[in-house]
Write a protein that binds this ligand. Structure first.
Ligand SMILES: Cc1ncc(COP(=O)(O)O)c(C=O)c1O
Length: 403
């Protein structure tokens, strides 16, 4: 049985404030149930996990490992294939270092796209600098869609890896990742999908996708900061050397060498982000209780309304696909004659919070011919009223600039 979408009243930062929060693609607000779960850990059963044998430690370990199962369940994975990291950036770096060092060498090809967040670009640049591997990029067309015929040309060169975002944090484009995985596997390549902007908004089933690696981040999916996820195929993880060394990731340590633990522990050196893991587990349950189909329907409806209302603002150019069914619930735009930072600053005076900047996607900004954009992004609590406030704020911006 599904539950209703939470309203702003269930997000303490929003409740009782005149804030219209349209920056959930940067970080989502935290629902009260998530805060309560983390608070309960600190107040009622705080102890380290995986170590102590006394009841408090056992309780903490059980809560943390149950959270891993809940996190895995949201994306159709299993606990044994779910590595908990600090964020998506660390998850992708883990793959680039561990899998990359063992499998990529000089002359190998890694295929990325023009729309990647720096998190899914810089780690591959670093791998390429370490190994001499080549990077190649799938371009986007003027609607913000990947040019898949170029992907096919690059796949003919038998790359080692294709790393692609599921949803663009600038264009909102939902990429056809299932199709990309099929094409890449047929060419013998592994696939890493950056799901940071997808998991909060779309039904995701990593098993059905057949992705080798699926990286995402907790704080955009109604969880706390400091916790991210790498879902990966068990056999791929088992063949990978560790990323960071230290406590918890070993089975036996000698003075000169060690035997490493099985995954996922092998990739989780040091004390875990325990409260954060527990909090993310509750956020994932919340999303599953609402039902990801219902979450997607709401997001599609909100972004469709936003596209229509934003088109009424003279001089506003929306980036990314015009078709709401191809978009996640976010809108990046340029307002002719006004710098995006001025747009965000003036909207902010009226409590409308949008992001302005390059959104950690500088190569994509260059492709779009801009240095920055404004971005309004939506969440479970977003309503048509929020978009109406945004649009009237944009008319106000135009008035201030006498446009
Ligand atoms: C598409 C995409 N990938 C990766 C990230 C990085 O997330 P984190 O900073 O939590 O690692 C972001 C965050 O903005 C993102 O939008």
């Amino acid at each position: 049985m599904s539950i209703a979408l939470p309203t702003f009243a269930e997000f303490p930062v929003l409740a009782g404030r005149e804030v219209c929060y349209l920056d959930s693609a940067a970080t989502s607000q935290t629902p009260v149930v998530v805060l309560e779960a983390m608070d309960a850990y600190y107040r009622e059963y705080r102890a380290s996990v995986h170590r102590g044998v006394y009841p408090l430690a056992a309780e903490a370990t059980q809560a943390y490992e149950q959270a891993r199962e809940r996190i895995a369940a949201l994306v159709g994975s299993t606990a044994g294939e779910t590595v908990l990291t600090r964020n998506a950036t660390e998850a992708i770096n883990l793959v680039a270092y561990s899998w990359g060092s063992a499998n990529v060498s000089a002359g190998d090809l890694i295929v990325l796209t023009e729309m990647e967040h720096h998190s899914n670009l810089v780690p591959w640049q670093m791998l390429s600098q370490r190994t001499g591997a080549e990077l190649a990029f799938v371009p986007i067309d003027d609607d913000g869609l990947l040019e898949l015929d170029v992907l096919d040309e690059l796949l003919a060169r038998k790359p080692k890896l294709v790393a692609v975002t599921h949803v663009s944090n600038v264009l909102a484009t939902i990429n056809p990742v299932a199709d990309i995985v099929v094409r890449a596997h047929a060419a013998g390549a592994k696939v890493l999908i950056d799901g940071s902007q997808a998991v909060p908004h779309l039904p995701v089933d990593v098993r059905a996708l057949d992705a080798d690696f699926y990286a995402w981040t907790g704080h955009k999916a109604y969880g706390p900061t400091g916790i991210g996820v790498l879902n990966a195929k068990r056999e791929v993880l088992e063949a990978m050397p560790p990323f960071l060394g230290g406590g918890s990731m070993i089975s036996r340590v000698e003075l000169h060498q060690s035997r490493y633990a099985e995954p996922p522990a092998r990739f989780e050196a040091g004390t875990s982000a325990i409260a954060e893991g527990i909090g993310l587990g509750v956020a994932c349950d919340l999303l599953r209780d609402i039902g990801m189909e219902a979450v997607r329907d709401h997001g599609r409806e909100i972004v469709a309304y936003a596209i229509v209302r934003l088109s009424e603002v003279p001089g506003l150019a929306l980036h990314g696909p015009a078709d709401a069914s191809l978009r996640a619930p976010l809108c990046s735009f340029s307002l002719e004659g006004v710098h995006p930072h001025d747009v965000a600053e003036i909207l902010g005076r009226d409590g409308v919070c949008v992001r302005a900047g390059h959104h950690c996607a500088q190569p994509l900004m260059r492709r779009l011919g801009v240095s920055a954009t404004s971005r309004a992004s939506f969440a479970l609590h977003s309503t048509r009223d929020d978009i109406d406030r945004l649009v009237s704020g944009l008319h106000n911006v135009r008035d201030i600039f006498a446009l």
